[in-house]
Design a binder for this molecule. Structure first.
Ligand SMILES: [Fe+2]
Length: 611
């Protein structure tokens, strides 16, 4: 906070001077022209940049800050017992609490801004490329999207090759690939507290069209990325095309599939999670394919925020992954491995006391936010991060992006699927708030297709090819009570055309979702497509010896394949088509891609057809 009244006075007078810039920003479609910081106080453009990100105009926080100056709050922070009466101090504190209550994180962001008044923006000139981790976009909406980058000239060094100071990053968005027509441009601050990542929420764009974006910092320019805005919610939308990706264990295989995701030019990408894996490295051995010999994790499992940052650095250095990010806006959600294998709410797989596991979650969540093109609404708050959200794609699709990790009850049977019959006792999978939000959203939806874009398989598959029944207790099948509540709601409210998109198992599955697959009703409640992994599990094979038997035991399961790749969904009003793209190898460069199957659903049927 401001250390003394003199500094506060400068802040307030600076604010007054900057008001015209805020007015200009509102008037200008090209965004804010920022005044140079004064030498004496290093007053950067941050307050106004923050202002613009708060409400897109600058008005709220300029007014807010003016009020703070007028009420004496800014000047009062260090004044208790010195320059103010106790009553004035209490009043100022009350005002501050009111502000924070009223504006929530927004007020927090702004209130934190004066910290940087004391800290110079680093003047940097890079010798190594600071954009080695690429660029990304995400959270596409009808009027814009998030653009992301992270400065890291030395992605694996302590400090990542950067000073522990904020760095100014210019960004621009163009309506053409050649950047001849710039439609938005501004500056953002890459803060060391956020691993020098930048998340800009670009607004004011037109719906249903591509844009191109890039960044500049310290004399370096990033590669360009492409992102498409969505159709406006409810707008007539004849078709959409998107990819489903995830599970990209770095040691297990090359990311060749991502090259083909980029080439497909999808409208957007849904990532179901396992973007990184947390385990320590396995040294290359005589049996390691040469192409994977240098593709090893650092030794030891990761726990600290810098560990996680370095792991993201490693994954994001991959050129094919960078190409997929640069090609389309992503909607990412996490699964378990972004934090810890099979974690559930407060519990990890090792039985660590929750109060200790919380510190690991906090580190993992912060690094996740830093490396994903998420909105400010997903900024982590300690060991908590708001990840579930909804993305409408015109009147065609409502994409319900779910978080099945953060609020679930612990797995039954101590997460041991074999022999587990305690499948009804776990009360929560989405948690009360998310479950209510999902049901309400499904009931209110007018979209043709309602998608549950999430992590783990919802079909209650029998994994035992023999007489018995074995559930995967880490999936929805281990949580029959909350699963039943969600599916019963879909059935009772007659929610049409529910499509569940899933990852986790490193297998391509397609099938039909019943309330209880052991007693299937006449009509399935939904269909499910489980997309295979990008690399996890290695080369794979079409089918394992057990698969035919498992399919025999599960009438609702229509398709299985165990190779690496991704799914591409082509959606129209009448038909949902999922093509299954697989690679012959991920252990060698340039694996051959092919379309293993095309699976389709006719609107209103809840049945999967293989064609
Ligand atoms: Fe995985």
């Amino acid at each position: 906070m401001l250390a003394d009244r003199a500094t506060a006075a400068v802040f307030c007078s600076y604010l007054t001077k900057m008001r015209p810039y805020a007015e200009a920003a509102r008037a200008s479609r090209l965004g804010l022209v920022i005044g140079k910081p004064t030498q004496k106080y290093q007053l950067p453009a941050l307050p106004l940049r923050q202002s613009r990100e708060i409400d897109g105009s600058g008005r709220t926080s300029v007014h807010l800050a003016s009020w703070m100056c007028q009420t004496g709050w800014v000047a009062s922070k260090k004044s208790k017992g010195q320059n103010m009466s106790q009553r004035s101090y209490d009043r100022a504190q009350h005002t501050r609490r009111q502000l924070i209550r009223r504006f929530g994180a927004t007020a927090g962001v702004f209130v934190a801004a004066p910290l940087l008044f004391r800290e110079a923006i680093a003047q940097v000139a890079f010798t190594d490329d600071p954009f080695q981790l690429g660029v990304a976009s995400g959270e596409a909406a009808g009027n814009g999207f998030v653009i992301w980058t992270r400065l890291a000239p030395k992605p694996f060094d302590i400090g990542f090759g950067l000073p522990g100071q904020p760095i100014e990053v210019e960004w621009e968005v163009a309506s053409d690939e050649g950047f001849r027509t710039i439609v938005r441009a501004d500056k953002a601050i890459a803060n060391p507290m956020m691993a020098h990542s930048v998340h800009v929420e670009v607004e004011g764009l037109s719906p249903s069209r591509p844009y191109w974006y890039r960044f500049r910092a310290g004399g370096a320019q990033s590669p360009a990325g492409r992102a498409k805005t969505t159709p406006l919610a409810g707008a007539p939308t004849p078709r959409a095309k998107f990819a489903v990706v995830g599970c990209q264990h770095y040691e297990s295989g090359l990311y060749t599939a991502y090259r083909h995701v980029a080439a497909a030019e999808p409208d957007f990408v849904f990532c179901y999670g396992d973007y990184i894996y947390e385990n320590g490295g396995t040294p290359a051995s005589a049996t390691t394919p040469p192409a994977l010999a240098n593709r090893r994790h650092l030794p030891g499992e990761i726990f600290s925020v810098d560990d996680y940052r370095r792991r993201y650095s490693q994954y994001k250095s991959d050129p094919d992954l960078k190409a997929a990010h640069a090609a389309a806006a992503w909607y990412p959600v996490w699964d378990d491995h972004e934090t810890d294998n099979n974690w559930a709410s407060e519990w990890d797989e090792k039985g660590t006391p929750p109060e200790l596991f919380r510190s690991r979650k906090q580190a993992a969540f912060q690094a996740y936010y830093e490396h994903m093109p998420l909105r400010r609404s997903s900024l982590p708050n300690g060991a908590s991060l708001q990840l579930y959200r909804r993305a409408p794609i015109g009147d065609l699709i409502d994409l319900n992006l779910l978080d099945t990790r953060q609020y679930r009850s612990n797995q039954p049977c101590n997460d041991q699927s074999a022999g587990c019959t305690d499948l009804d006792s776990a009360p929560h999978f989405l948690g009360d708030a998310q479950e209510a939000w999902l049901k309400q959203g499904l009931s209110a939806s007018r979209a043709r297709w309602n998608v549950l874009a999430q992590q783990v398989v919802m079909m209650d598959l029998d994994r035992d090819a023999g007489e018995g029944y074995r559930a995967n207790v880490d999936s929805w099948a281990g949580y029959r009570t909350p699963r039943g509540r969600v599916l019963q709601h879909i059935a009772d409210a007659r929610i049409p055309n529910v499509v569940v998109l899933t990852g986790d198992e490193h297998v391509n599955y397609a099938g039909e979702v019943h309330l209880d697959s052991r007693k299937p009703g006449s009509n399935p409640v939904a269909v499910e497509f489980t997309s295979t992994s990008i690399s996890s599990g290695g080369d794979g094979q079409d089918l394992s010896p057990n698969d035919q038997a498992v399919m025999g035991a599960n009438a609702s399961l229509k398709f299985v394949n165990r190779q690496r790749g991704f799914m591409l969904c082509n959606v129209t009003k009448d038909r949902w088509e999922t093509s299954v793209h697989v690679l012959d190898k991920v252990s060698e460069p340039d694996g051959k891609i092919s379309t293993r199957a095309t699976l389709s659903v006719t609107s209103g049927s809840n049945r999967v057809t293989i064609g």
